[in-house]
Design a protein around this ligand. Structure first.
Ligand code: NDP
Length: 254
């Protein structure tokens, strides 16, 4: 078997209908996996699935609200019903509300934590029996540079993404016995719907990213195809509990 062989493996990607999620979905589809796209917006998910279908492999679409445990269970059940198994879960769905901490309402705090952190946990719990049944599998969680650093304008987001790293380590520790590897990717600044507003809402951000990133550019969704294939494939079978920056060097710039 090739180190990077994921042919006929089944991958489920929350938030896979755009941005970084779609970049990873395209990488996995090109490497031969069948990909289930899970998101809130069905039309957007169907458009993404149509793009993936051209790359080979089968595709499917499922609606999910990841903050709701029963919706996560239904998402996994739909995947098994359509593809017969599950090998790879990518917890990528995420949101941000940019405000100073003193301006946050309790509902806003819960909303961000609910999608970004609860969602990844509930989806992992829902997927666990299927990954066990497959004889092992891969969970890929999406953190952030804010898993490492604080910011004045994203307290809930930073808390959720810090939590993602510790949750990754905990699931990796617990489920190693089942041959399930759990890792996190920490993206730098990537040009997607999520950050398009940040460029206008956070003064000077665009230029600061260019100056601080050694690669001297914003990342693109396509930059996540390779790391997704690595973490989904046998090449990473002894890598677990890791948090890997994919940031053009942002986090190592002194
Ligand atoms: P996008 O806004 O393009 O993607 C976010 C995705 O999450 C969408 O597909 C959206 O689906 C989905 N989503 C949001 N809320 C829910 C929910 N309640 N239930 C299910 N799905 C939901 O942003 P990115 O591609 O940039 O973000 C992807 C991940 O990468 C996030 O976790 C984000 O925090 C992280 N990240 C992004 C960075 C960046 O610079 N862009 C940097 C660091 C981390 P739908 O459209 O159907 O609502």
């Amino acid at each position: 078997m090739s180190l990077f062989d994921i042919k006929d493996k089944v991958a489920l990607i929350t938030g896979g209908n755009g941005g970084i999620g779609l970049g990873m979905a395209e990488g996995l589809a090109r490497a031969g996996a069948h990909v289930m796209i899970a998101g809130r917006n069905r039309a957007k998910s169907e458009a993404a699935a149509a793009t993936l279908a051209k790359l080979g492999g089968k595709t499917g679409v499922v609606e999910v609200a990841v903050q709701d445990p029963s919706s996560c269970s239904a998402m996994v059940a739909t995947t098994i019903a359509q593809f017969g198994r599950l090998d790879i879960l990518v917890n990528n769905a995420g949101i941000n509300i940019r405000k100073q901490p003193e301006q946050y309402s309790p509902a806003e705090w819960r909303e961000v934590l609910g999608v970004n952190l609860d969602g990844a946990f509930f989806s992992s719990q829902a997927a666990y029996p299927a990954l066990q049944a497959a004889g092992g599998g891969k969970i890929i969680n999406i953190g952030s540079m804010m898993s490492l650093f604080g910011t004045s304008f994203s307290p809930a987001y930073s808390a959720s993404k810090g939590g993602i790293v510790q949750m990754t380590r905990s699931l990796a520790t617990a489920w190693a016995k089942n041959n399930i590897q759990v890792n996190a990717i920490l993206p730098g600044w990537i040009d997607t719907d999520l950050t398009r507003n940040a460029r206008t809402e956070v003064t000077g951000l665009h230029d600061r990213v260019l100056t601080r990133t050694p690669a001297a550019r914003w990342g693109t969704p396509g930059d996540f195809a390779g790391i997704a294939v690595f973490l989904a494939s046998p090449a990473s079978n002894f890598v677990t509990g890791a948090a890997i920056p994919v940031d053009g060097g942002w986090s190592i710039q002194g």
